[in-house]
Design a protein around this ligand. Structure first.
Ligand SMILES: [Fe+2]
Ligand SMILES: [Fe+2]
Length: 298
């Protein structure tokens, strides 16, 4: 896993650097798998240095209502992605998806160490059930990360600028955030590649599956928003959390920061790869109305 290039020599179909390729082609598969494998950061959670925080900074961190849900989301993500990897036939794709699963498991270790370092109490973790439909589970995790990472990029920047996260903590956590940028870039390209490699008759079923995953995620998030009033933690925090991070910004400003950070984090990867587009497009669409409203009133 730590030397992921072992298979690369066996792979054919790679386009020359900068040479365009068709989405769904062998060259496309090669490019998005290599993107993930070649940019793997070999950090080890066990040796991460958690900076000492003063009382206030620590209290602010402890009081964020995200730790239970974050640990559980990473635990589930690891299992979902690993289950899908187990059934992938193509060796290069299998290696890349398995690395994605490894990194999800590592996120959980990072969070477990952070929680321990700062004395954050967690709710007991549920049993993680092996998914019956690994592709569905992989897609739920992938699209879910497309939503959460987009907002996490902006919130992380807000927390950095407001001083909510001390600089040392920002530095410690930065690799985890960037890893999610790689994951959603990988996933967006997997979707684009996968749908083009299905037999024609299977494509409508796949598109229906994509739609069902989005509906599932919307329902899940509405359900969680309802549970928050009953003391359950919130994975809508990524959408609602700016004020809790000590920043006096409105929703439109937050969305603008998210869009800018999303572009900045994606800019370092192969420009030929497809960028995650659904959530940024929805946010750009919403922003048009949010910015237009004050002018309409004058
Ligand atoms: Fe993760
Ligand atoms: Fe991820």
């Amino acid at each position: 896993m730590r030397n992921p290039s072992a298979l690369s020599g066996l792979q054919s179909g790679a386009a020359a650097p900068g040479e365009p390729f068709r989405l769904g082609s062998r060259a496309h598969l090669y490019a998005f798998c290599r993107m993930l494998l070649d940019t793997h950061n070999p950090y080890r959670p066990a040796v991460m240095d958690w900076p000492k925080l003063d009382g206030q900074a620590r209290d602010r961190l402890v009081s964020l209502p995200i730790w239970d849900i974050a640990v559980q989301t990473e635990g589930r993500a690891r299992l979902n992605v690993a289950s899908y990897a187990a059934g992938v036939a193509d060796p290069l794709l299998k290696e890349a998806v398995a690395l994605n699963a490894f990194e999800e498991g590592r996120h959980k270790h990072v969070l477990a160490n952070l929680v321990q370092a700062y004395g954050i109490a967690l709710a007991p973790e549920p049993e993680y059930a092996t998914p019956r439909d690994p592709e569905w589970a992989f897609m739920v995790t992938g699209f879910s990360e497309c939503i959460d990472s987009f907002f996490a990029f902006g919130l992380f920047d807000v927390a950095k600028r407001s001083g909510f996260f001390p600089e040392a903590l920002v530095e410690t956590f930065e690799p985890v955030i960037q890893e999610e940028a790689r994951h959603i870039l990988f996933f967006a390209n997997w979707v684009a590649w996968h749908r083009r490699n299905l037999a024609l008759w299977r494509r409508p079923f796949f598109e229906l599956k994509v739609l069902c995953v989005w509906l599932f995620l919307i329902r899940e998030r509405i359900g969680i928003a309802r549970d928050v009033s009953n003391g359950v933690q919130d994975n809508n925090f990524t959408v609602t959390g700016a004020n809790q991070l000590g920043a006096d910004i409105d929703a439109a400003e937050l969305m603008s920061v998210c869009l800018a950070e999303n572009d900045r984090r994606m800019a370092r990867y192969d420009p030929r790869l497809k960028r995650p587009s659904t959530v940024p497009a929805l946010m750009r669409f919403a922003l048009r109305f949010m910015r237009a409203r004050p002018q309409e009133q004058t």
